[in-house]
Design a protein around this ligand. Structure first.
Ligand SMILES: [Zn+2]
Length: 271
């Protein structure tokens, strides 16, 4: 089996995780910029993090022969300090030429505040000006449906945004249609306790079809499972889906979206 992990916060994971992912058939991992668990206090803190995402972590992954790509941004949780946000946004273009950078992400909303919306808009504008792919995080639980609508409305109001170049992540049963019906890609996140489970993810594929959808583990420093994507293949096979179905959802779909960035080239696809 081969698969792509399109959303993993590998700076928080161990080398054992890298080994297990490669053994399970992982052909590439993509790492969106993320909240550290605390607010970074300065532009230099972000600069160091972006260097980690574009220099150190790809080298660590390469020791396990795993291609590593990254996305850059401020996290929605870090949007309340507008001066810091503006300074970080001004610094991001320094890194857009790095060879493992796929685009701007994961941007989005957390509590759906006015400042989060403002910083989201600035990120979208930055992505469009630099012709970058966009990866969007949607809020948790009770804020998700409203937040998803705010995100879709904001993206639609920006004339430069091409929906096929945007993935809106962490969709659930009550938001996946809001995303797919407008032409965006949808990401389903497989978490042990929240977001989606393997059976719920396969239910959504059965209801919505398998186009423009990817699955990810969003593994980070919290309760999460870096092998959640390959484990979902087992749920698909249990329900009678063949290897071609599994390959399309876990490998070909993310490849199709990510290959819109010319840097995303898998030289030795497994399988
Ligand atoms: Zn994430």
């Amino acid at each position: 089996m081969r698969y792509i992990e399109p959303h993993g916060h590998m700076v928080s994971r161990t080398t054992d995780d890298y080994q297990a992912m490669v053994a399970a058939g992982c052909a590439a991992v993509c790492e969106p910029a993320f909240w550290a668990g605390y607010d970074r206090g300065s532009v230099e803190g972000f600069r160091d993090y972006f260097r980690q995402l574009t220099e150190y972590e790809p080298a660590r992954a390469a020791k396990f022969l795993l291609p590593h790509y990254s996305w850059l941004c401020l996290n929605p949780k870090e949007s309340e300090d507008l001066k810091l946000a503006a300074d970080v946004l001004a610094m991001i273009p320094e890194f857009l030429g790095k060879k493992n950078v796929l685009g701007i992400g994961e941007i989005g909303l957390n509590r759906n505040t006015r400042n989060e919306l403002k910083v989201l808009e600035l990120h979208v504008d930055l992505a469009v000006r630099h012709d970058q792919l966009i990866l969007v995080h949607t809020p948790h639980l009770e804020d998700k449906k409203k937040g998803t609508q705010l995100i879709v409305d904001l993206l639609r109001s920006h004339r430069g945004v091409k929906p096929g170049r945007v993935i809106i992540d962490h969709v659930e049963e009550h938001t996946i249609r809001q995303v797919l019906d407008q032409g965006y890609w949808a990401g389903i996140t497989l978490y042990p306790d929240s977001k989606s489970s393997p059976p719920r993810a396969v239910d959504m594929l059965e209801i919505c079809g398998r186009d423009r959808i990817w699955l990810n583990s969003a593994c980070d420093w919290g309760v999460s499972d870096p092998l959640a994507v390959p484990k979902t293949a087992l749920e698909m096979r249990r329900r009678g889906y063949d290897a071609e179905f599994v390959d399309q959802v876990l490998y070909q779909n993310p490849l199709r979206f990510l290959a819109q960035c010319p840097r995303f080239v898998l030289s030795q696809p497994a399988g």
